[in-house]
Design a protein around this ligand. Structure first.
Ligand SMILES: Cc1cc2nc3c(=O)[nH]c(=O)nc-3n(C[C@H](O)[C@H](O)[C@H](O)COP(=O)(O)OP(=O)(O)OC[C@H]3O[C@@H](n4cnc5c(N)ncnc54)[C@H](O)[C@@H]3O)c2cc1C
Length: 491
């Protein structure tokens, strides 16, 4: 490795979610190879799904952002918010102005069910609903007439906040397809009262929408049995602490040999089944709201009684074939539902200029080195969900980023190329196009404005949801004395 007059290598990270920030951390906490890291995000705010995915009623997990924030503040790291790679500058332009690029842009869309009726009104993807209740600006456009955002690396169906509010204020029964933690988050948020959510950082307008919700029943549907859920036990137990009746079918808990075999080796699965069995014996309280858990059923169609609005989900009972694959038994049933939430996984989207494997929804790679046309692409790396798919917990991204950065640093150390680029090349290109990136001072002003808004409503924080509000706060900041105190406490 040679270095030009002590100049560091300029590394761009595309995406300021956990994986991008962990990559920045791994890059700057080593001293063998001098680096400067620029973390670019299409949103004015950093933290990816920690801000726009993790459930607002899980504040301790959301507080991971304090740790991520410290990395973005480190010397040698620059955050460039509100810059869309693929629109404000192309991937080629970015590569031409940096010594290496790490793609960390996550999984921007949802998996489809592939059943008739999936596109009826009232059928929504979990990412859409999650983005709404977390206050993502894509789902809260400045202009209510403009649905969603057309941004490279993402794909949304384009529901607006008004449409989602309209759905939840005209739904009694909601079906959530899927038995993972995201399905639990969605079920919890739909069934909790707005009062229960008031001490979160949800936006005031989202709370207002939830306050008018008419949902009384949420049905969770899994195509396999209770031994095969992807829940973590802590999240599952939370359902038992809600002021709702839990409705389960005891026959689902008469386990077949394959389920027993799973429980014998999978500790989490065994704990989950124990938790759910405990609920079978709980007397119903006559609570106003219920969560129903259905197993061994798969959706085969969404129906509309009249018009275009979903009114029921048709399910087929299932079992396993000799190879352990789910098969339909030919017995059908229906659950009435005016809202159907597909929670069967996230999926990476192609970012123009970056290799993409459509069969997996990921960037092809080996140990984080991007593979382009069958060979390693010099200077291109990948980490996080767009590398391995939407799996694991936030901490998984740290190991993942370390693997990628290890490969990147090894390549720089083994190569003969001196650092070629300076951050000015990048910022001048953007400024020349009228793109003014937001840095960490802007984030701190947004942060303060959100706390100020929350405090003025007796709440810990109220997320700003509109891009215009975020940009105004980034510019003007907040002066509330209590806000300053709270922010100082957090650091
Ligand atoms: C609903 C939900 C709840 C979750 N809850 C938990 C939980 O409770 N606990 C837990 O451990 N894990 C949880 N996770 C998982 C966790 O959020 C992920 O592991 C993690 O966020 C993945 O990190 P990432 O950086 O790969 O992707 P992301 O967090 O999605 O970050 C990607 C970033 O790239 C940016 N980007 C995309 N396209 C572009 C572009 N063209 N130009 C510039 N920037 C771009 C995005 O704006 C985003 O900020 C949850 C996930 C979801 C979906």
């Amino acid at each position: 490795m040679t270095s030009t007059a002590g100049r560091p290598y300029l590394i761009a990270v595309v995406g300021a979610g956990p994986s991008g920030i962990y990559a920045a951390e791994a890059l700057v906490q080593q001293t063998d190879v001098p680096v400067e890291v620029v973390v670019i995000d299409r949103l004015p705010t950093p933290f990816g799904l920690v801000r726009y995915g993790v459930a607002p009623d899980h504040p301790s997990i959301r507080s991971i952002r304090n740790t991520l924030e410290r990395t973005l503040e480190r010397s040698g790291v620059r955050f460039l918010g509100d810059v869309v790679v693929g629109r404000d500058l192309t991937v080629e332009e970015l590569r031409a102005r940096t010594d290496a690029v790490v793609y960390a842009y996550g999984s921007g869309t949802d998996q489809r069910l592939g059943v008739p009726g999936e596109d009826l009104d009232g059928s929504v993807a979990a990412p859409e609903l999650v983005a709404w209740y977390c206050g993502h600006p894509d789902v809260h456009p400045d202009d209510p007439a403009v649905a969603g955002a057309d941004v490279p690396g993402t794909a949304r169906s384009g529901l607006t906040t008004a449409e989602i509010e309209q759905l939840i204020t005209t739904t009694r029964s909601a079906v959530v397809i899927g038995v993972g933690n995201v399905a639990l988050d969605v079920a919890r948020v739909l069934i909790k009262s707005a009062d229960d959510l008031a001490d979160t950082d949800m936006a005031d307008e989202v709370l207002d929408g939830l306050d008018r919700s008419t949902v009384t029943d949420v049905h969770l549907v899994g195509r396999r049995g209770p031994a095969y859920t992807a829940f973590t036990t802590k999240e599952l137990r939370e359902l038992g602490e809600l002021d709702v009746d839990l409705v389960l079918d005891p026959s689902d808990f008469v386990l077949d040999a394959s389920s027993e075999a799973v429980l014998a080796v999978e500790k989490v699965a065994a704990r989950n089944v124990t938790v759910m069995r405990g609920w079978l014996d709980r007397p119903r309280t006559g609570a106003r709201r219920r969560i129903h858990l259905h197993f061994w059923r798969r959706p085969v169609a969404l129906h509309a009684a009249d018009g275009d609005r979903v009114s029921s989900v048709e399910l087929e009972s299932t079992g396993l074939d000799a190879d352990g694959r789910v098969r339909g038994t030919g017995a059908f049933s229906r659950i009435p539902a005016e809202l159907v939430v597909r929670s069967v996984g996230y999926r990476g989207v192609e970012l123009p200029g970056v290799p993409y494997d459509a069969s997996t929804g990921r960037v092809p790679h080996a140990e984080g080195r991007v593979i382009r046309d069958g060979a390693f692409a010099p200077g291109e790396y990948v980490t996080g969900w767009i590398k391995r798919g939407p799996t694991g917990v936030i901490g998984t991204n740290k190991h993942d980023a370390v693997e990628t950065v290890t490969a990147l640093l090894a390549d720089l150390a083994a190569g003969t190329q001196a650092p070629q680029h300076d951050l000015r090349e990048l910022t001048e290109l953007l400024e020349g196009r009228g793109v003014h990136p937001l840095g960490m001072p802007a984030w701190h002003r947004i942060d303060a404005a959100e706390i100020e808004r929350g405090v003025s409503h007796g709440r810990p924080r109220s997320t700003l949801v509109h891009r215009s509000e975020l940009l105004a706060a980034a510019e003007e900041g907040a002066e509330h004395p209590e806000v300053a105190g709270r922010m100082a406490d957090r650091r």
